[in-house]
Design a protein. Structure first.
Length: 675
């Protein structure tokens, strides 16, 4: 007679630890299998995370699972460890991470004809036609050393590949990958990118380099079926390369042998909703669990990453030269719009430079971090401003469709014919966004072909791709846009980059704002002078004497990063402390803050009773953008010099918060990107 088997099943329910079920007769479950279980009146798909031949549950209360889903291989040990770690670290239940990380096909109850659907998902991927000609580039010394360092590494080895834009990072990634495949042809590689829509060039290059490998991608633009198919190909080891955005971090890659995180400083690696994980940080964790190398690449690594280079935890690989012969860095000039004559927001020096560039039939990039036509519409008579009725911010004027749009909650309305307060019909736009600059450029250089690239101009599928192709084909003279223009495109004839409106980022209350401004500036600077044209960069700013511009002029990221780290250390701020943010929203700010006061009291109790000295709990405050979509929001910051201590404390605090009866909606963000 066989003994009954009990399985412990992780479910996608907050706070719920894995539940015990009895295996149905004749089934042989394995850890990592999925199964359908009864949960109250519902049936849910859960993940088996443990097996046992005994249980404390009395026989009459034992429940049996309804169906074992073992038509696919069980999920692997390392994947289970990674999801468990993520759950513990980001304060969620294991199932919330593990089940939610699966494509919907694998996390929902099997539909009729489940097995046939599964077979369809296994349909092999057709080899994509390689359009790009593969030219074997020879590596320079820096590149060769970087490739060798990774090749010769053993076990867990975190690397930071720091290279200015145009220094040939992609070629280095490809060679690193090649070495992995040379040693283990069946190896799998995870290649994380910030936004898949902006990287068709990268994907094309990877495909051209590895025509014999099965390459799949994973990002939010995929239909459910496509995502399930890519997921299964990785899980069943049929795919060797996965290129994906942050969601790809929870893919199952049993033969994972190398992780690459491109543009590791990019904010999109941090999830802003649900489980607020950092795919970059989890990539390092995964490499650690797998004992493999991970390469974090960037021209401007995040300060978190840079501090680990300086402390010796990560090894630095530097690409100091631009890889293309003749490519040069643009010469920087900072002009103060307060001290120069300006025409429609452009300093005369900028206007002259644009005219000269256009005469030489070269291209200009104009970068500003603000989309829309004007950030606010105002009434000159009474001072009325176009506030969003649902947020504590302004609705942005979009001229092309004549609407006011709130960029925070999405509220939009046709532009008012007259001032709602005083009836004046002459409302005027204040400040400039990309649309207004586009219009101004058309007035100043009517013969120039101007193209705007931002989130509004690229809503249509493939719009971004087509726009960038137009730039490459030389059909555009002036490209104006938000940071979308700065991301990873090889523009051939750009010899002038102009930056407008950077000052708001330099005087922000957010300590990370300046760091991001620097990353933006470095990235956009890298768009110019790639193909041997001498290039210029002109920034309009009132703060020309700041350290940021001295470092930018030399394209000297280490100088600037070390300078910022010095400040952060003196101020005892991130990355020298670890933080968690408790955020609450309610119909009124008083309710939200009331809940946070209570949360603070609970935290202080735990600290006192459990001796969590070294945890600092701040006072609840309204968020910088207090009201969004009619919700008023407050926050409570907790920090500690010890990550380990903070994680332990958060677990207890989170549990006690969950037992608070409240109508206030709250979430916790560990390692918040903004505080
Ligand atoms: Zn008015
Ligand atoms: Zn709004």
């Amino acid at each position: 007679m066989t003994h009954p088997i009990f399985v412990s099943v992780a479910l996608d329910v907050p706070l719920l630890p894995p539940l015990t079920y009895k295996a149905a007769d004749g089934t042989s479950p394995k850890v990592g299998d999925r199964c359908v279980v009864p949960l109250g009146k519902r049936q849910e798909v859960g993940l088996i995370v443990g097996l046992s031949d005994q249980t404390d549950i009395p026989a009459e209360k034992q429940k049996t699972y309804i169906r074992l889903l073992n038509e696919t291989e069980p999920l692997g040990t390392t994947w289970l460890k990674l999801t468990k770690f993520s759950a513990d670290y980001y304060q969620h239940s294991w199932g919330e991470v593990a089940i939610a990380g699966l494509p919907s096909f694998f996390r929902s109850k099997p539909r009729p004809r489940y097995l046939q659907s599964l077979e369809r998902l296994r349909k092999p991927f057709a080899k994509k036609k390689v359009t790009e000609q593969q030219t074997e580039l020879s590596l320079n010394d820096d590149q060769r050393q970087a490739v060798e360092a990774v090749k010769n590494s053993h076990g867990f080895a975190p690397f930071v590949l720091h290279g200015v834009t145009g220094s040939g990072k992609t070629e280095v990634y490809l060679r690193m990958m090649e070495n992995v495949f040379q040693e283990k042809p069946q190896a799998q590689i995870l290649f994380l990118v910030p936004e898949i829509n902006l990287t068709p060039q990268l994907e094309a290059r990877v495909r051209a380099h590895f025509p014999d490998k099965v390459i799949v991608s994973m990002h939010s633009g995929l239909a459910n079926g496509e995502r399930a198919r890519a997921w299964l190909a990785c899980h069943e080891k049929r795919a060797q390369i996965l290129i994906g955005t942050r969601m790809a971090i929870f893919a199952s890659l049993p033969n994972l042998a190398l992780v690459v995180v491109d543009e590791e400083h990019d904010l999109s690696y941090k999830s802003g909703e649900g489980i607020r994980y950092s795919a970059r940080d989890l990539a390092v964790k995964w490499a650690q669990l797998k004992s493999i190398a991970v390469v974090l690449g960037s021209a401007t690594p995040s300060l978190e990453t840079w501090s680990k280079v300086r402390s010796g935890h990560y090894r630095l690989l530097t690409l100091s030269k631009r890889a293309v012969p003749g490519a040069c860095l643009p010469a920087l000039t900072v002009v103060n719009p307060r001290e120069q004559k300006t025409v429609k927001g452009f300093c005369t020096e900028v206007i002259d430079a644009i005219s000269e560039t256009l005469e030489k039939k070269q291209q200009v990039i104009i970068f500003l971090n603000r989309r829309g036509y004007a950030p606010v519409l105002t009434c000159p008579t009474c001072g009325w401003l176009s506030k969003c009725p649902h947020c504590s911010t302004y609705a942005v004027y979009h001229k092309y469709n004549g609407r006011l749009v709130c960029h925070h909650c999405g509220w939009s309305s046709p532009v008012y014919r007259c001032c709602p307060d005083c009836g004046n019909v002459d409302l005027i736009p204040m400040g400039a966004g990309t649309q207004r600059i586009e219009e101004t450029l058309g007035q100043l250089w009517p013969q120039a072909r101007v193209l705007r690239i931002d989130r509004d101009s690229t809503l249509r599928k493939n719009a971004a791709k087509e726009a960038f192709e137009a730039v490459h084909a030389g059909e555009v003279d002036i490209l104006v846009g938000t940071q979308m223009v700065a991301k990873g495109h090889d523009f051939q004839r750009v010899s002038l980059v102009v930056v407008l409106n950077i000052d708001a980022q330099l005087v922000s209350a957010n300590p990370r704002s300046e760091e991001r401004a620097f990353a933006n500036l470095m990235q956009v600077a890298g768009r110019a002078g790639r193909f041997g044209l001498p290039a210029r960069m002109i920034v309009q700013s009132r703060f020309g004497d700041r350290e940021i511009f001295a470092a930018l002029a030399q394209q000297n990221y280490p100088r600037y990063a070390d300078y910022l780290l010095g400040i952060r250390k003196a101020e005892w701020s991130v990355p020298y402390v670890s933080q968690a943010l408790l955020m609450a929203d309610a119909t009124t700010i008083d309710k939200a803050l009331g809940f946070l006061e209570h949360a603070k009291a609970l935290a202080e109790n735990i600290i006192e009773e459990e001796h969590f000295e070294g945890i600092v709990v701040y006072d609840p405050i309204p968020m910088a953008l207090m009201k969004v979509a009619d919700k008023e929001r407050g926050q409570l910051l907790v920090e500690s010099g010890s990550k380990l201590l903070l994680t332990k404390f958060l677990r207890q605090w989170y549990r006690s918060l969950c037992s608070v009866k409240t109508t206030v909606h709250w979430t916790m963000d560990v390692d918040p990107a903004d505080v």
